[in-house]
Write a new protein. Structure first.
Length: 456
C-alpha cells in the first residue's frame, strides 16, 4: 500500500503544476488588466515558465541523481510554494514574473524526480509506473481552467496562487514521511557547466520566442534576437567543450552519441514541435477559421486531455506486451491523421451516416489527437531508460529538454508562417500540413530505439 501512496505523492507535484499552469492562462486577461500593462510585458508571465522549465529539466535530473530524489523533490516543492507566494503578493508585473520563474524552476525538477521515484518504488513494473504518471498532468489540465475560472470570479486572480501553497506543503510533508532518502552520489555538480548550459538554453529560448513576436520589437528590439541566438550557440560550444574535460559532467556526451538515445531525443524534439504547436494555436484556429466564440474555443481543448488520459492508461497497461515501437508508431500516425483532417477546414462531416457540425467535428479531432499523444507518451518516456537505469532522472530531464525545445521552435516557426502568409485559413493549412509531414518523417527513428519487449 505504501508504494501507491508514494506514487500519489510523486504525481501530486505534476498535477499541481498542470493545475496552476492552466489556471494562470485563464486568469491572464484579468492579470493584464489589473496591472494596466501591455501584452508584450505581460506575455512573460506565461512564457517565462516554459522557458525556465526547459532549461532546468536536465539540471533538475542531474541534481536528483547527485543529491537524491527525495531532497530534490522536496526542494522543488518549496520553490514552487515560494514562487506561488511571491506571485500572490506581487505589487507589479516584474515581481509576478519572478514568482513564475521560481515555479518554472520547480516544474523542471518535478518530472525527472517523479519518474525516478516511481521507478524505484515499482522496479518490477517500471514501464507501467512511468507510463501512468504521464497521465496525471492531463487531469490537472482538465480541472485547472474550470477551477481557475471559479477562483478568479469568486476571489480574484491572486487566489489561484494562494491555492497552490497548502497543496504544495501537504505534498512536502507527504514526501518527508513516505519517500526514501536514497544514497547520494559521490560527485559534485559542475556549477560552471550548469551555468553554461542554463545560459545557453535561456538565450536560445528567449531569442526563439522573440522571433515569433518580431512585430512587437520594431523599435530596435529586433536586433536583440540574433545577439541572443549567437550568445546561446557560443555558450553551448563552451558547455560541450567543458563536458568532455570534467570528471562529472552535467550531461554525459557519451550517452548522447549512442544511437538509440540520439534517435529518441530527435524523435522527442520533432514530436514536441508538432504537438505543442498545434495546441498552442488551436484557440486562434477555431476563432479565426471556424468563427467560434472565445468560450467555445477554450472548451474545444478539453477532449484532448480526455483522450490523453485514455490513451495513456491503455498504452501503459499493455506496454510490457507491445514494447516501445508499436505504440510510438501508432500514436504518431493517429496524431498525423488528426493534423491532416484539421488542415481540410471542414464545415462538418458525415460520420456513419450522421451529419455533425463543425464544433462537434473539432471536438472529435481533439479527442483523436489526444488519444495519439496518450498512446505515444508512455513508450516515449520509457525509451532508452535501460541505457542508464540508475540515472532515470537525468535521462528524463534530457528528453524533456529536447521535447520542450522542439515545442518552442515549432511554435515560433508556426507564428512566422501565420504572420507572413496573412490569410489565416491558408496559413493554418500550411502549418498543419508541414507539421504532419515532419512527424511522418521521424517515424523511422523509432526503429533505432530499443524494442522494449519483455522489459517491465
Amino acid at each position: 500500500m505504501s508504494r501507491y501512496l508514494v506514487f500519489a505523492v510523486a504525481s501530486s507535484a505534476l498535477f499541481l503544476s498542470a493545475l496552476s499552469g492552466t489556471a494562470v492562462s485563464v486568469a491572464f486577461p484579468v492579470i493584464t488588466e489589473s496591472f494596466d500593462t501591455n501584452l508584450v510585458v505581460a506575455g512573460w508571465i506565461l512564457s517565462i515558465h516554459q522557458l525556465v522549465a526547459t532549461t532546468s529539466m536536465p539540471l533538475g535530473g542531474k541534481f536528483a541523481d547527485t543529491y537524491g530524489k527525495k531532497f530534490t523533490f522536496q526542494l522543488c516543492l518549496l520553490l514552487f510554494a515560494v514562487g506561488s507566494a511571491l506571485a500572490a503578493v506581487a505589487p507589479n508585473v516584474p515581481t509576478l514574473i519572478g514568482g513564475r520563474f521560481l515555479q518554472g524552476v520547480a516544474f523542471g525538477g518535478f518530472m525527472p524526480c517523479a519518474s525516478g521515484i516511481v521507478a524505484d518504488e515499482f522496479p518490477q513494473s517500471r514501464m507501467r509506473a512511468i507510463g501512468f504518471i504521464g497521465g496525471i498532468m492531463p487531469i490537472g489540465q482538465i480541472i485547472g481552467p474550470n477551477l481557475g475560472g471559479w477562483l478568479v470570479e469568486a476571489f480574484g486572480w491572486r487566489s489561484i496562487f494562494w491555492f497552490n501553497i497548502p497543496l504544495a506543503l501537504i505534498a512536502f510533508v507527504g514526501a518527508g514521511l513516505l519517500l526514501r532518502s536514497g544514497e547520494k552520489q559521490a560527485e559534485e555538480i559542475d556549477l560552471v557547466g550548469a551555468g553554461y548550459l542554463g545560459g545557453s538554453l535561456s538565450a536560445l529560448m528567449v531569442g526563439l520566442s522573440m522571433t515569433g513576436k518580431r512585430e512587437q520589437f520594431a523599435s530596435g528590439g529586433w536586433l536583440l534576437v540574433p545577439f541572443l541566438i549567437a550568445a546561446g550557440i557560443m555558450l553551448m560550444i563552451f558547455f560541450l567543450r567543458r563536458e568532455v574535460k570534467v570528471q562529472h559532467p552535467i550531461i554525459d556526451l557519451g550517452i548522447l552519441r549512442k544511437r538509440p538515445f540520439a534517435a529518441a531525443n530527435v524523435y522527442s524534439f520533432f514530436f514536441g514541435a508538432g504537438v505543442m504547436s498545434v495546441f498552442a494555436f488551436m484557440p486562434l484556429y477555431t476563432v479565426s477559421v471556424y468563427h467560434l466564440s472565445i468560450l467555445e474555443s477554450g472548451f474545444i481543448l478539453t477532449p484532448r486531455s480526455v483522450g490523453m488520459i485514455m490513451g495513456t492508461l491503455v498504452s501503459s497497461f499493455f506496454l510490457p506486451r507491445w514494447g516501445y515501437r508499436t505504440p510510438m508508431i501508432v500514436g504518431t500516425l493517429i496524431v498525423v491523421a488528426s493534423l491532416l483532417l484539421l488542415s481540410t477546414e471542414r464545415a462538418g462531416a458525415d460520420v456513419l451516416g450522421m451529419k455533425i457540425g463543425s464544433t462537434v467535428w473539432l471536438l472529435m479531432l481533439m479527442m483523436l489527437s489526444g488519444l495519439g499523444i496518450g498512446v505515444t507518451g508512455p513508450a516515449a518516456n520509457n525509451a532508452s531508460l535501460e541505457l542508464m537505469p540508475d540515472r532515470i532522472p537525468t535521462i528524463i530531464g534530457i528528453r524533456g529538454m529536447f521535447s520542450q525545445t522542439g515545442g518552442l521552435l515549432g511554435i515560433t516557426t508556426s507564428t512566422l508562417v501565420l504572420h507572413n502568409v496573412g490569410d489565416m485559413s491558408r496559413g493554418f493549412f500550411i502549418v498543419f500540413l508541414g507539421l504532419s509531414t515532419i512527424m511522418l518523417m521521424v517515424i523511422p527513428l523509432v526503429f533505432l530505439m530499443p524494442s522494449g519487449r519483455g522489459v517491465r
